[in-house]
Design a protein around this ligand. Structure first.
Ligand code: GDP
Length: 443
């Protein structure tokens, strides 16, 4: 997972500070030395690191901080704010033209994830009730057109293509007209990339730019390439004028340098991040939330937003009613697992819950997608009756379930025990809450 090393090191620095009732100037200096090393090791641009550390130090060595009751916490807060500022301060939103379509030109080196990101962006816009038109403008990479068409089919978004014999400038021009004629409110133009920046590529991109006058020029860069990604961004920005950056492959174990340096070095904000190969793995970028994730403080806001986008509220209400009345069965349990899976890979979800990132490293708490698969297999091997009335599962039945699910009796026992405890807890909780909220308190 991205930032893991950086998060771990920063947490170590802060836990030392937090333990102190009084913080001396020497303590701050020592902490900042470690922060500096942690950032450099995470491949953050050295100039950016230098300025960052200087700013944090300046703000930390002041009377208000050092004389406060919780100096450690105040310093963490300063680092949090500075990290947020470093990444742009607040969310840089996608432009929306008041003369539709809003034209988005996607640029970047080959393999960065341009084509897949185009599809993901279209999907994100569809979720906001927009009608994007995708344009297959990469006529050089043999499979790019087909790839975009497949993506379009998958999300039911139209794809404009004229094959690979017509110039990309002409394709973009005709696509724009097509979007106007068909009432598409966004035009997403996938363009060609090369392995390295070269003049021919820039010339062609400039021509497309001049022809369609995009509202957004988004550079797609691979976060795994670290400072190279930042250099590429600088180059594209000088030659084309970027409006934003999309950072891909943040699901890999990138150290994070690109995410932390791109804005400071190029002046271009990160607008989206991609955290996987699946079509819904693209997220708007929020500097304050990313800072919070980097510091291991979770990101509940993003989690709630994901839930709102993906979870069926009627089902959630029904589930809540069942929990209150202790009617929760293994069928409901399966259904809940399904809903959680819609939010994305489990380890990414865990990272969004404060404190969970750290717990994840513990050996006892092995919750991963594979583990979820085993749990599902066990529940699938239960009969309808067993799912509804777990209390009837005696040793004989449990043995059958273990054999049927390819697990073992210990795993089956553990799951049933956990389920029992969960039900009891739900019951206690709902008794405590009463039908109208916490007992004795008006809500
Ligand atoms: P293009 O040459 O820039 O158009 O790149 P593609 O869109 O074809 O992507 C190159 C490869 O990167 C593909 O295998 C994608 O599935 C993969 N990819 C793109 N974005 C991500 C991401 O966020 N995470 C991961 N793990 N893979 C990605």
């Amino acid at each position: 997972m991205a930032f893991e090393g950086l998060t771990g090191r920063l947490q170590n620095v802060f836990s030392k500070l937090r333990g102190k009732g009084k913080v001396s100037e020497e303590d701050v200096n020592e902490a900042m030395r470690e922060v500096r090393l942690a950032l450099l090791e995470a491949d953050v641009n050295f100039k950016v690191v230098k300025e960052f550390v200087a700013k944090v130090k300046e703000k930390s060595i002041g009377h208000e901080v050092m004389d406060s009751f919780t100096p450690g916490m105040v310093i963490i807060d300063i680092v949090n704010k500075e990290l947020t500022d470093l990444m742009g301060g607040s969310q840089a939103k996608l432009e929306k033209s008041n003369k539709p379509p809003t034209v988005i030109m996607m640029v970047g080196l080959q393999g960065a994830g341009k084509t897949t990101t185009s599809g993901k962006l279209a999907k994100l816009l569809q979720k906001q009730n927009s009608r994007p038109l995708l344009v297959a403008g990469d006529i050089y990479r043999p499979a790019a057109i087909k790839q975009l068409e497949v993506l379009g089919e998958q999300i039911k978004a139209p794809v404009f293509s004229l094959g690979d014999k017509i110039s990309p400038v002409e394709i973009a021009k005709q696509a724009l007209q097509h979007a106007k004629d068909n009432g598409n409110d966004y035009l997403i133009v996938d363009t060609a990339g090369r392995l390295h920046i070269d003049e021919l590529l820039m010339e062609e991109l400039s021509q497309i730019h001049a022809e369609i006058k995009p509202d957004e020029v988004l550079l797609v860069v691979d976060a795994m390439t670290g400072q190279d990604a930042v250099n590429v961004a600088n180059n594209f920005n000088e030659q084309l004028g970027l409006t934003g950056v999309v950072l891909t492959k943040l699901d890999g174990d990138t150290r994070g340098g690109a995410a932390l340096s791109v804005k400071a070095v190029t002046g271009c904000p990160i607008k989206f991040v991609s955290l996987g190969e699946k079509i819904d793995a693209l997220e708007p970028f929020h500097p304050e939330r990313m800072a919070s994730r980097i510091l291991g403080m979770g990101d509940m806001l993003s989690l709630i937003e994901k839930a709102q986008l993906n979870i069926d509220t009627d089902k959630a209400k029904e589930m809540e009613r069942k929990m209150r009345n202790a009617e929760f069965t293994f069928d409901d349990f399966l259904e809940q697992m399904d809903q959680v899976k819609k939010l994305g890979p489990l380890d990414q979800i865990m990272d969004m819950i404060p404190g969970m990132g750290k717990m994840k490293q513990s050996k006892d708490l092995k919750v991963d997608d594979k583990q979820m698969g085993r749990i599902e297999a066990i529940v699938f091997s239960m009969t309808k009756d067993e799912k509804q009335r777990p209390e009837i599962m005696d040793h004989k039945r449990r043995k059958r379930i273990a054999a049927g699910s390819g697990t073992n009796i210990a795993e089956v026992n553990r799951l049933i025990k956990q389920f029992d405890e969960m039900r009891k807890m739900m019951k206690q909780f709902s008794d405590m809450m009463g039908p109208k909220g916490p007992k004795g308190k008006a809500m």
